[in-house]
Write a new protein. Structure first.
Length: 276
């Protein structure tokens, strides 16, 4: 009788153990981590349109105070791939200085290069993984045999009349304008950088060389790039003061400047006096 009771107790304990181990799996699973949410995507648009989209993005982030904002730039490989990074950095600055967002809640990242320039705005909840893998800058010049146009932007010098609007043009010695350019040069020690400076239509001939020289010195000092790896020269006159940045692979020729061509003024023909 005792043996039977002992077996019964053992069976009951075993049944209880199996019941606990067979509890619904759903009850023991951890809740799934929230996923990042894309709220907008667009291509090359005017700054006024971008500000409107950023205003809506700020509202999305204000409605979710615990989330962070991610701004992604996908550069076009052969269409000045450096400028999208400057654009998203300007967008972050706009959200902080104009919309009052906390800088710690915002981040900008460069995605993989493609055929066209694109941008994305993401809301990333706490615990969510980043939806974009950062672009490996060392792949930008893969297979390139000729100089690649990297970036182009209007600059102003101290004392110039600044154009109205939020998006202010940088100075030739603004270190942030060359950040991604320097990263690419560091990723591939065989590359050379080329800076072409342009002055405006009424500028002196020496002004274009001065602009290029300041840019080269800033790249070398602010971003620790060997000054011997950067070539700088003047390109002549354009409508506005401007800087072009080029990546030059080993053995490739330097790019040629492309100044604006002034229309040739035709001399008026002097007609002979009429004969009577």
């Amino acid at each position: 009788m005792r043996i039977v009771e002992g077996r019964a107790k053992t069976a009951a304990a075993l049944f209880l153990l199996l019941s606990l181990s067979a509890a619904p799996a759903v009850a023991r699973q951890q809740p799934e981590a929230p996923a990042a949410r894309k709220v907008d995507s667009f291509g090359e648009i005017e700054w006024s349109d971008l500000m409107a989209r950023l205003d809506n993005f700020a509202i999305e982030l204000q409605n979710d105070p615990s989330a962070r904002g991610l701004l992604v730039a996908y550069p076009a490989r052969h269409k000045f791939p450096g400028w999208p990074l400057r654009r998203v950095n300007s967008a972050v600055d706009y959200l902080v200085s104009t919309r009052g967002m906390e800088a710690s809640r915002l981040s900008a990242v460069v995605g993989a290069a493609g055929a066209e320039t694109n941008f994305e705005l993401w809301v990333v909840p706490p615990g969510a993984e980043s939806p974009v893998k950062p672009f490996d800058a060392s792949l930008l010049m893969s297979g390139e045999k000729t100089a690649l146009p990297f970036d182009r932007f209007v600059v102003v010098e101290r004392g110039d009349a600044v154009m109205s609007g939020y998006s202010l043009e940088p100075y030739p010695d603004s270190a942030g304008a060359y950040q991604f350019f320097a990263e690419v040069l560091r990723s591939d020690p065989g590359l050379r950088g080329c800076v072409i400076g342009y002055t405006w239509r009424r500028g002196s001939r020496a002004a274009d060389r001065r602009i290029a020289g300041r840019a080269k010195l800033t790249i070398a000092k602010a971003h620790a790039i060997d000054v011997g790896r950067v070539v700088a020269f003047g390109g002549g006159r354009r409508q506005y003061k401007m800087i072009e940045l080029w990546l030059v692979p080993p053995g490739a020729a330097l790019p040629k400047p492309t100044p604006d061509r002034r229309p040739v003024r035709r001399k008026r023909r002097r007609h002979p006096p009429p004969r009577f």
